[in-house]
Design a protein around this ligand. Structure first.
Ligand code: DX5
Ligand code: ZN
Length: 228
């Protein structure tokens, strides 16, 4: 993975057909996805359950772009090696997932993955100066994690602006996750984001049999940014 700040659209397979992940991934990549975002939930850190390392390993061969794994789990550390072995390119852990996020980030890089740090909407940036040199991505949650299809939280725009200033020239992606649509995407890229996760806004209207709407939905997000 080389670093650049071009705008990347990362469809979340949380909104895909769970019985057809391989085909759904191939379809969204063919329709213009830049990364594939994989939402791992444990029913403990967040009030929902999704999937673990074996599913990630099974879908890995279908991903030609970047496998971006968002860990909404606590604890994180006992599972890092398993997700790295499953082929994750990026492993993102939550700042709120435990008292030793510094150790968690060290372990993610030691396992050979890019390290991401996710922040819930109620979490500030105070701790970031002590972690910036250990991370490759900050994921700003614009919904409370756990479910797709929630409403975008506007207070996070200011957080992203301040984060962008804090990052300066460091090669760190700013990823936005939750409620991204053609209406909200330009607000976030203007604030400094370069990776936009979108679940419902990408998968709506399409299906395994009819994937063309995925392309139209991705293009609608992209052109909203160009137009802004
Ligand atoms: C929420 C997940 C998101 C989610 C986004 O907990 O981390 O990645 O899939 O879904 P939308 O784009 O529908 O808000
Ligand atoms: Zn996510």
């Amino acid at each position: 993975m080389t670093f650049d700040r071009s705008i990347k659209i990362a469809p979340s397979i949380l909104s895909a057909d769970f019985a057809n992940f391989g085909k759904e991934i191939q379809s969204v990549e063919a329709q213009g996805a830049d990364w594939i975002h994989v939402d791992v939930m444990d029913g403990h850190f967040v009030p929902n359950l999704t999937f673990g390392p074996p599913l990630c390993a099974a879908i890995r061969p279908h991903i030609k772009t970047v496998m971006d794994v968002h860990l909404m789990i606590a604890p994180v550390d006992p599972y890092i090696q398993a997700f790295a072995d499953a082929g994750a390119d990026i492993l993102t852990a939550h700042l709120e997932s435990g008292p030793h996020v510094h150790r968690t980030l060290q372990a993610i890089r030691a396992a050979g993955c890019k390290a991401g740090l996710a922040l819930n909407p109620g979490t500030g940036l105070e701790d970031l100066p002590y972690l910036l040199d250990m991370i490759d991505l900050v994921c700003v949650m614009t919904v409370n994690p756990g479910f797709g299809g929630q409403k975008f939280i506007h207070s996070q725009i200011d957080k992203v602006k301040r984060l962008r200033e804090m990052i300066g020239d460091r090669p760190i992606h700013i990823e936005i996750d939750g409620g991204i649509t053609p209406e909200t995407a330009p607000l976030m890229t203007a604030a400094g984001a370069d990776v936009l996760v979108a679940g419902s806004a990408v998968f709506k209207g399409g299906s395994v049999e009819n994937p063309a709407p995925y392309g139209a939905n991705i293009r609608a997000i992209r052109s909203s940014i160009v137009a802004a």
